[in-house]
Design a protein around this ligand. Structure first.
Ligand SMILES: [Zn+2]
Length: 120
């Protein structure tokens, strides 16, 4: 047995120990989450939160123990960076570093390209 941390659902119904149809689902969510990395966890919880709709962040926070802020951030990431927007104009992220451009001529190529008397 490996010591994987599986959080226990803290939602009202599970907390009261009542049997409810979602109970197993909540448990399985936490099992699933324990196998994901940090980003994947956030995005998965964000998706579930979106599916729930209003108040989803709060509910998912109770189920997974994840911070509501983190879930919200995940949702924003899903809505922004991760999804490909069909709109033409792409907004700049604002005040970031300029993208690194690859130059067509590498210094290596320039020096290596000269043939040094390779005839005969
Ligand atoms: Zn629950």
């Amino acid at each position: 047995m490996s010591a994987t941390e599986i959080s226990v659902c803290q939602c009202k119904l599970c907390g009261e120990g009542k049997e409810h149809p979602e109970r197993e689902m909540h448990q399985q969510m936490n099992v699933f989450l324990s196998r994901l990395d940090e980003n994947q966890r956030r995005w998965y919880v964000a998706l579930e939160s979106k599916r729930i709709g209003k108040g989803g962040d709060s509910v998912m926070s109770q189920i997974t123990g994840m911070d509501e802020k983190t879930i919200r951030r995940g949702r924003e990431e899903m809505e922004g960076k991760l999804s490909v927007t069909p709109t033409e104009h792409i907004r700049h992220p604002g005040g970031g570093r300029p993208p690194i451009e690859k130059r067509p001529n590498h210094p290596y190529c320039l020096t290596e390209d000269y043939r040094v008397g390779n005839s005969g």
